[in-house]
Design a protein around this ligand. Sequence first.
Ligand SMILES: [Zn+2]
Length: 125
Amino acid sequence: MHELSVTQSLLEIALRHAREAGAQRVTDLYLVIGDWSSIVDDSVQFYWDLVAQGTEAEGARLHFERIPARAICTDCQREFAPGGGSLLCPGCGGSRLRLLAGDQLHLESIGIEPVPQARAHAESE
Ligand SMILES: [Zn+2]
């Protein structure tokens, strides 16, 4: 159920930006998801189809980009990419690390249609 609340806030953000820009429709959402987040793309897509129904963002395509996690060792300040099942610092072998990136999802940008007539053009791919 985690993805449902995430998807609902994505919709709110997208609609707010679209209205501020005077857009008629939201056509695309570009999402960046950290490798360490528990977000499942398919679940977001599933909920998106439900929550976006009847809004200006209905039918918008979701684009997912995965970014690797980054952590910093709090002992030697070395930055590294945790992975491979090991959470130890490659510099000093320490286990105290702080995650810098990679545990969340954010909305990078959205695609909008400023006028309704532009729709036929967008569907010609
Ligand atoms: Zn270290």
